[in-house]
Design a protein around this ligand. Structure first.
Ligand code: X2X
Length: 333
């Protein structure tokens, strides 16, 4: 009853303060959904982009951000952006694979040794090829790929030093065949799950382990439910900034140009933020109680090489995509 009463009494701010002019209505109010907490650099830079886009389009394009899976998990948002129910989404390349099979080519296990190789590939013809395939699927991809990071393994019970230690471990991976295939090849017991369910599944020990870049382990507070972090760098993962082809087409060309330019610029800054965060995040996670180790990647790659992991994915992605990948990664498998 009290709630009803106070709602009835609430006076809209613009009426209560008639001297404040009601904001001009934007011609295009667009929704952007993502799966990360507000404090992650993806959301910090997206907020900056939204503000700049609104200013530079004189208020015509207003991008409202819905962080933390407010609009549903990754699979839900992927469906929504296909049909124009949301206008922007930043899926990991891993997750957009159900729609664009070649998209996660960057996430082949142990392909990239460092960021120089990653950005050369993504800003070069590998990223260009993925962008074309995404357009064919009816989405528009901003050319600058945002950074998720090198994925690291975390566990609750014991550190993983070798592939043998992974055997039988119940590990959550994203909704991605490539991730499942990688961890099966390494002898673990992977399960696909949307990110929105990860914290609880670890907290309740439905899962023993997960894998994500350290900035996510920090901002999504996974350190509260995981004890060990192993710097395995097994996958480099990026966020593709995609727009719904249907609603993107409705924007006048000058607005498209402004929006894409600003999103790409903020994407470059976001990469920088992650790079700076990478320098401090380990100490922070250790201070929060995590034990961080650096297993030798060699035995993991050797274990993969004993399976058909690389040849299978070469066949799935196709020779064109695979040769674009190997141009940057060197020969795999
Ligand atoms: O779901 C994950 O693990 C995350 C947050 O890294 C992705 O978006 C793939």
């Amino acid at each position: 009853r009290n709630l009803l009463k106070s709602a009835a009494l609430a006076v809209p701010a613009t009426l209560a303060m008639p001297h404040i002019r009601a904001e001009a209505k934007s011609k295009f109010v667009y929704k952007y959904g993502n799966n990360l907490p507000l404090s992650h650099p993806l959301n910090v830079r997206a907020a900056e982009a939204s503000k700049r886009i609104k200013e530079e389009t004189n208020g015509d394009l207003d991008i409202k951000i819905f962080p933390s899976n407010q609009l549903g998990g990754d699979t839900d948002m992927l469906n929504q952006v296909r049909f124009g129910a949301i206008d922007f989404f930043t899926p990991s390349a891993l997750v957009i694979a159900t729609l664009v099979p070649v998209a996660p080519i960057n996430a082949v296990g142990f392909a990239f040794p460092d960021y120089d190789h990653v950005w050369a590939a993504m800003d070069g013809d590998l990223g260009g090829y993925v962008g074309e395939e995404i357009e064919k699927a009816g989405l528009h991809m901003m050319r600058t790929v945002w950074d998720n990071g090198f994925r690291q393994l975390t566990t609750s019970e014991a550190a993983v030093e070798s592939p043998e230690d992974l055997h039988g471990i119940k590990i959550r991976v994203p909704v991605s065949q490539l991730s499942i295939s990688l961890f099966e090849a390494l002898g673990a017991a992977p399960t696909s799950m949307q990110f929105s369910e990860v914290y609880t599944s670890l907290q309740t020990h439905v899962m023993d382990a997960q894998e994500n870049p350290l900035p996510i382990i920090q901002t999504a507070k996974l350190y509260e439910v995981q004890k060990y972090a192993m710097l395995t760098n097994h996958i480099w993962d990026g966020y593709l900034f995609v727009a719904s082809g249907l609603t993107w087409k409705r924007l006048p060309e000058d607005i498209q140009t402004i929006a894409e330019g600003i999103l790409n610029d903020c994407g470059l800054k976001q990469r920088d933020d992650i790079s700076k965060l990478n320098a401090s995040v380990q100490a922070d996670l250790e201070a929060k109680g995590m034990t961080i180790t650096r297993p030798d990647p060699k035995p993991f790659v050797e274990a993969l090489n004993k399976t058909d992991f690389y040849s299978k994915w070469q066949e799935k992605f196709g020779d064109k995509a695979w040769s674009l990948l190997e141009k940057y990664s060197g020969k795999l498998g």
